[in-house]
Write a protein that binds this ligand. Sequence first.
Ligand SMILES: [Zn+2]
Length: 496
Amino acid sequence: MSTLNRREMIQMSAACGMGAVIGDAEFSEHALGVDASPAQGTSGASPIQTRMFWTWDHSTEWALNRPGAHTHGSCNEYGRSTDSFVQDYTALLRWCGQHQIDAVVVWGLLRDGHGGVESAKRLCDVAAKENVRLLCGVGLNAYGGVYYEGNSPHNLERHLEAHPELLAVDAEGNPLSFTIDLNGKKTPITTKGQPGPRGFYQACPSRRENQDFMAESLGWLFKNLPLGGVQMETGDTGICQCKLCRDRRQHSTSDFSWLSWEDMGLMYPLATNAVRSVAKDAWVVCETYSHPQPHHGPDKPPKFGDTMPAWAAAELAKFPRGVFVQWVADYFMKNGEITPAWTAEGRVTKGDHRHVMRSHLATSWFGNRGELAVDWLANLVQRSIASGFEGISLFGEVSPFHAGAELNYLALADYGGADNHKVDLDSFQQRIAAPLLGGADNARDFLRFARLLSDRGKIPAALTSIYGRLASLPPDAARRWCWLANQLASFVPLEP
Ligand SMILES: [Zn+2]
């Protein structure tokens, strides 16, 4: 563990880091007790029924030319103003409303530093007006709980400060609360009552007091905010190894130290009941940190994005009926292609749950923030549909002013929808990208040039080609080409 640096750790972390083709009549939303309003992307028999954006507040930058946004990471301090926070997400929610993105997950939604409940209320109003579901990211045993940062009784850090006996512990009995810097140095958190950066706090999920705190906090959240739902996680930055937890987990030895399917099977039903007792129509999205590809061979401790152990199916079956189950595809993709490791066995079953696949495409976690990924996303959505998924989630932190992000978001809105059931990249390029980039030939070149980040010796010639065509393009198309040219040029070393 001592060799694990902050970046590696963060890359493993989802929070610190999103049924089969749903036209089947038997899988009716009504039967699952979830909202089936047409505006929630449930039209007809399109393979993809649900589209989501996943964000951290500190890295979301849709209101341009304002200071303080992070470009990577998770659990960071918030560096922008309250006004920027509200304007960032107002712009984001409006775009979603105009482009049929159904939901936006916000981690760090509630912080004293950007207006707390009042700012969140304003964003709930915008979301309602745009018919988009605003989902609060909530760590059940980690990530600050319901109120991410601040002097709130619903903040997990304050709760654990008041009750240190409820902290999760490692195998040696030491509290699982720490910060880790970019050099990999891990430091126990000993200060109290100070604002962030927060570091990582974990609560013992076996303790009834923590379960009650979580349930009461979720009840408070939905009584005080008209949210569209919640995206919840049990934590993937270390799990409690106390005797209660070890005795409870039937399959996880002490080297299963990062995340726990058994903790999910315990906590998601409790949390879902707490939400639904107040807001019965709320969307509940449960993170698995995993891929549905079954793991064969000797049991091994799961890590972020890993295969699913056979015994985890029993834990998945405990997830409440009607919730969204969120999976991750990152490590089953390479260079934008689906790897052979994702086989026909790696599928989800329709019935009790709605399944959402996500990837960290076009982020610093898994490439370059805001880079063009329309071809990679097509591969992901095609395979996800074939594997039983009805939902796709993508990071939405970058403004669509940046052409790569804009095209990715438009592809998310298009793939698997009414006009593109088969997730055909060429169809997207011709119908949607070409008019924005100066025609079909230009759209094809735009994607071809964007891929030169992995063949950088060809970038100078591409830049010459791009600069040569700018004058003949309409202004908005030229602006998008300027974005690509500058992105490519930034990877070419400057003259000494
Ligand atoms: Zn414990």
